[in-house]
Design a protein around this ligand. Sequence first.
Ligand code: HEM
Length: 393
Amino acid sequence: MSLMIFDSIIILFGIIIIIYKFLLYPKIRLIQKKRKYGDKIKVIHHFGPGLLVEYKKSYIQNKDSLSFLRQMANQNGNNIQAYTFNIGTSVGYSFVDPDLIKLVHQNHEAFQKIDVSQAIAYLFLNLCYLQQVKASRSRANSQENLSTMMKLKTIFHQSKIFAQKSPIGQAKSCNEITIEEIIDNFCALFIAGTDTTGNMTGAALYFLSLNPKIQEEAREEVMQIIKQKTNSSDLKELYNCLQFEDLAKLDLINSIFKESLRLDPPASGVLPRISKQDIKIGQFEVKKGDLVNTHFIYNQSNPKVFINQGQINPYRWMKGKEQANVFNFTPFPQGPRNCIGQHLAMIEGKSILINFLLNFDIIPIPQKEVKYETKVIYELQPDELVYFRKRNN
Ligand code: HEM
């Protein structure tokens, strides 16, 4: 009997700890922050998945996972510099004030980037490697307890792409790169560089389909450069006579991409980091272990920063016009850990867009309900929003 009472007490104690840790602790910490920072901070709290619930709610209500942030930016007279949230039992800050964003990015050593291997694995599993993953699983020894990421890496190791000249992980000298490092770098560049650039270009095509006048001007901008080089009307020849240096002369097309990145940034913020130490960001006290990120879409939707923020207006960027504070527009972050592929992304995007402009009219598919969804990246949905009509040049 006394053993049963003892068991019950242990179970009850366990339940109280779980309720406190999962339900009460994050809520209490967020309320404390609100008390401390008043209207400078907004609290987003949901039990369980926390912030992710807010994304889902925004998507269901407004067809935009980040409408809560856009609305926050649009509230008259607001003074918000950050919002604070929970994800499960963890509590975090997301900074939206440009000067605080700057402080986070400049102090990058205070923060540990989170392991995104699961997200990467998810992408791979759903894309081209599904078949190989299945094959590798069936080969795998049941005693093996590798993470999904390791399994994916194994696929690369076994593939013919990386004919193994040196044993995995063993560099012959400190100047030699290992196969392991090549694979890690390949994964990083492949993941960071494909869907982001693809979605940026896709969004630009969609915005141009809605604005035939801007589309025609962009086509004209390309033709102006081409006309100085050839009289040919052969489309392939027209495209091929463009050279790398010409891309820098395309002021309108460059501005179209910037406007597209403002309205629909493929990365709407940086990935959350974990604070390695207690640190102050402006007046906000970040504790060791707290999550920290910065969200760009807030400033990019802020009417005080961008007049008529909801309108597509590439002309606001033309002739090198930039924001007075560069941290108001950071689709490729600023600071020491900014995007190393940003120039490549713009070169790729411009090359693709020019090809489309020369060959096709870009037309919106009528009656499509457009949504903005955060998957691994922030993207327009559904996939088919435009169609292309061959031009008779
Ligand atoms: C429109 C296209 C792109 C966008 C919007 C974009 C955006 C970003 C963002 C927001 C980050 C910071 C992530 C964070 O700190 O949590 C980042 C980092 C990075 N990007 Fe990009 N990116 C694009 C294209 C590319 C391309 C084409 C490559 C390479 C081929 C690339 C390689 C990287 C790498 C390696 C990092 C990590 C840098 C570091 O941590 O030091 N990105 N990018």
